[in-house]
Design a protein around this ligand. Sequence first.
Ligand SMILES: NC(=O)c1ccc[n+]([C@@H]2O[C@H](COP(=O)([O-])OP(=O)(O)OC[C@H]3O[C@@H](n4cnc5c(N)ncnc54)[C@H](O)[C@@H]3O)[C@@H](O)[C@H]2O)c1
Length: 321
Amino acid sequence: MKANDIKKIACIGSGLIGNSWALNFAIKGYEVNVYDINMQQLDSAKALISSNMDFLVSKDVLTKEQALEAHKTINYMTNLAEAVGDVQFIQESGPENYAIKQEILATIEEKTSKDTIFASSTSGLLINEIAKNAKHSERCLGAHPYNPVHLIPLVELAKGSNTSDEVLKCSFDFYQSIGKEPIILQKEALGFIANRLQVALYREAVDLVIRGVCSVEDVDKAALFGPGLRFGILGPNMIFQLGGGAHGIKGLLNHVGPSAELWLADMADWKKWPAGWQEKSQDGVNQAMVNRPHELGNTTEEIARYRNDMLVDLLKLHKKL
Ligand SMILES: NC(=O)c1ccc[n+]([C@@H]2O[C@H](COP(=O)([O-])OP(=O)(O)OC[C@H]3O[C@@H](n4cnc5c(N)ncnc54)[C@H](O)[C@@H]3O)[C@@H](O)[C@H]2O)c1
C-alpha cells in the first residue's frame, strides 16, 4: 500500500491522544471513524474536538467552513468491528496496557483487510509484544505522537521485528503528507528518542533543586529563557554548530568539551526519583503559578491556553500550520 491509498482512518480510543489525532486527520481531509467503549467518552471527545477546532479557527489556521467540513467527516462509534471495517489506516490510542492493545488488535485482524496498517500511539510498550499474537504483525508499528497531537509535529515510528519495510515507508510518507515530522527509530529504545531527551534534562533540573542550587521556578526560567528558546528553533547539534562559530560543532567540542567533562562528572546520574520529589515539585510549581504575571495564566487551564497560543505562532513561523 502507498500513502495515497489511505482514504479513511480509524482512531481507536478517543481520550487525550485519540481525539487529538482524529481532529488532526479530519482537518487534513480524511474521513475518520472514532471508536470508544461508550457514548459518554465519545461525547466528551466530540466536545474537545469541537473546542480545539474553534481554537484553530480563532487562530486563522482553519476557516469556519473548513472546520464545519472537518466535523462532518468524523463518525463516532462504539462498535469496533464497524469502526475498522472500511479503513486503510488505524491509529490506536487505547489505554497503555498490553492486554487491551492485544485484544483491540485481535478484533481488528478479524474485521480488516490484511493490508490495513495498525499504528499504536503507545508511549512505551513494545510493538513486538502488542503484536505477538497477530496473524499479520508485518502491518503493525509504533507511532508515538506528542501532546497536543494536532499541534506538535513529531511522530516517532518504531518497528517491530516483523514490521514490513513497505508498511514503515507508507506510514512515514502518510504522516509526512499531513504535515507531521516522522522519524524512524533504527533500533528499539525504551521511551523512544524525545522522551529520553526530556527526562535527561529533567533529571538535572530536579537535581539542581534538590542540591539547593535554585528553586523549581528558577530552573524552569533557566530552561525557558536560555536554551529552551533556541530549542524551539534548532536541535542540540545544530545549536552547538552555531556555538562553535566558524569552527562549527567540532571546534566547540574541542574548545569547551574538556570543561563540559568536569560538569558531566558532577551531574546527576541517579536512576530513581529522589524521595519526596513529587510533593516538592508540586509545591514549587504551585508557587510558580501564583507568581506568573496574570496575562500569562495562573491556572493549569490558562497556562495550557497560553502554551497553545504560543505553539500556533511558533508553528506558523516553522511553516507547519
Ligand atoms: N497522554 C500523553 O501525553 C500521551 C502521549 C503520547 C502517547 N500516549 C499514548 O496514547 C495512548 C492513549 O493515551 P491517552 O493519554 O489518550 O489516554 P486516555 O486515558 O486519555 O484515553 C484512553 C482511551 O481509551 C479508551 N478505552 C478504554 N478501553 C478501551 C478499549 N478496550 N478499546 C478502545 N479504547 C478503550 C478510554 O475510554 C479512553 O477514552 C496510550 O497508549 C498512551 O501511552 C499518551
